[in-house]
Design a binder for this molecule. Structure first.
Ligand code: GAP
Length: 418
């Protein structure tokens, strides 16, 4: 696996990830996705939505607001419990997470550290908070979904969206930031069935890891002990990844019991019970919650698919999430008829796939340039194309080249991507 610096440098050089507000020296804990990163992130979200939401009858999508009033966070327990221990250096004033190192001296300047105090991670605005987790959007809309969609248990409410945490010490590139996307669902079940569905989603997380291209050998389950679990959780398994900076949480799977709905029912005074259609019994469903950070996914994917072959860098991204599916080249750039044919084929392919066009340098360099950003296929237009309408299709992973009719490229790539 590459080191973090290699991935950070590649991400910057090729337009995947830029330091945020770089012109003004950056802002700690924030990163921007560049043109290729935006495509990659978008494709991962789409794949996640397909895998966990669209393909399942009992899943309901949601897109709730980022701003939520204090009452939500009071009920959810975040106002009180969503905090990390903070220690400040009395000399250089730098802040540290006290649970992440054991020394009594500042690791930067050896100054004395203050006694740790609990530091709430929520960003407050004038009249609300930026949500630190997207889950509460699902809980406060539980009744709306019940009333409009009439689902029967078990069912899930899913969303993808931004979350904000005022991390004490943001670090390790996309791993710990202050603003990030979450992909998550709350799966509502009968209490007696929570273990069955906990196991089901545990397996589905492994299937997702495979699909998105994360090296499964680098992922390990950790049963989180009671004292380290979030305040709402009765059981949590962390899916940890072997990042270059250590084995750390990639995803989580939590059994939240009936904690959240009970709290919201109590604090809002609104009946949030579900009525069983057969027995007419009313009760609060229990919840199993798989959660996936998008930035950590991007990082784990890049680390998993990166390889070097001599001077050549290859990102073996699953084609479905690759920023460009195909790159189109004229064999040489100074023959007008080749270039215009290549443009014609490129414009046709662009109707169906994200595609790149490149006529700079020699073919070998163009292949390498596409390998480095994970483009699965390159199409070259040469003199034979002008005669018989065939092109060369070169495969990123095997390096093999086949001739194929240009008119059938759409079908050819669609089949490979299905
Ligand atoms: N609703 C449950 C929840 O939010 P969490 O473990 O606090 O659980 C969920 O966070 C996921 O969000 C984590 O598994 C991780 O992938 C990601 N995550 C958490 N904090 C993050 C941060 N500061 N920067 C980037 N990703 C983060």
């Amino acid at each position: 696996m590459p080191d973090l610096e290699t991935i950070v440098a590649l991400a910057k050089r090729r337009g995947f990830v830029f330091p945020s507000s770089e012109l003004y020296g950056g802002l700690a804990g924030t990163w921007d996705f560049g043109p290729l990163g935006a495509e990659l992130a978008h494709n991962i979200k789409e794949l996640w939505w397909e895998h966990f939401v669209k393909s399942r009858e009992e899943m309901y999508g949601l897109a709730s607001s980022i701003l939520m009033p204090e009452a939500v966070w009071k009920a959810s327990g975040h106002l009180e419990g969503f905090a990390d221990p903070l220690a400040e250096c009395k000399k250089c004033k730098k802040r540290f997470r006290a649970d992440e190192f054991s020394g009594k001296k500042c690791p930067e300047c050896a100054g004395a550290l203050s006694e740790p105090k609990q530091f709430n991670l929520m960003f407050k605005t004038e009249n609300s908070y930026l949500r630190p987790e997207i889950a509460q959007g699902m809980f406060v809309n539980f009744k709306n979904v019940l009333d409009t969609m009439r689902p029967t248990l078990p069912f899930g409410i899913a969303q993808i969206g931004r979350a904000f945490r005022n991390e004490i010490a943001p670090r390790d590139f996309l791993f710990r930031v202050r603003e990030f996307d979450l992909m998550e669902f709350e799966y509502f079940v009968k209490e007696s069935e929570w273990e069955k569905y906990f196991e089901k989603w545990r397996e589905e997380i492994w299937a997702w890891l495979e699909k998105v291209g994360i090296d499964k050998k680098s992922v390990h389950e950790l049963e989180v002990p009671k004292e380290e679990r979030a305040h709402y959780s009765r059981r949590t398994i962390d899916f940890e990844f072997d990042f270059p900076f250590g084995k750390k949480e990639l995803y989580g799977l939590a059994y939240r019991g009936d904690y959240d709905l009970t709290q919201h029912m109590k604090h809002s005074g609104v009946d949030l019970r579900y009525t069983d259609s057969a027995s007419r019994e009313k009760f609060i469903p229990h919840v199993v919650e798989p959660t996936f950070g998008l930035g950590r996914t991007v990082l784990a994917v890049l680390l998993s698919v990166y390889r070097e072959d001599g001077e050549r860098v290859i990102l073996s991204l699953p084609p479905k999430i690759a920023p460009y599916k195909v790159a189109v080249f004229p064999l040489v750039s100074n023959k007008e008829n080749l270039v215009s044919k290549a443009r014609e084929i490129y414009n046709e392919l662009r109707k169906h796939f994200t595609a790149a066009f490149d006529d700079r340098g020699n073919i070998g360099k163009r292949y390498y340039s596409q390998d480095e950003i994970g483009t699965p296929w390159c199409v070259t237009i040469d003199y034979q194309t002008l005669e018989d309408g065939t092109v060369t299709v070169r495969d990123r992973d095997s390096g093999s080249q086949v001739r194929h009719p240009a008119a059938e490229l759409d079908k050819y790539f669609s089949e490979k991507l299905s």
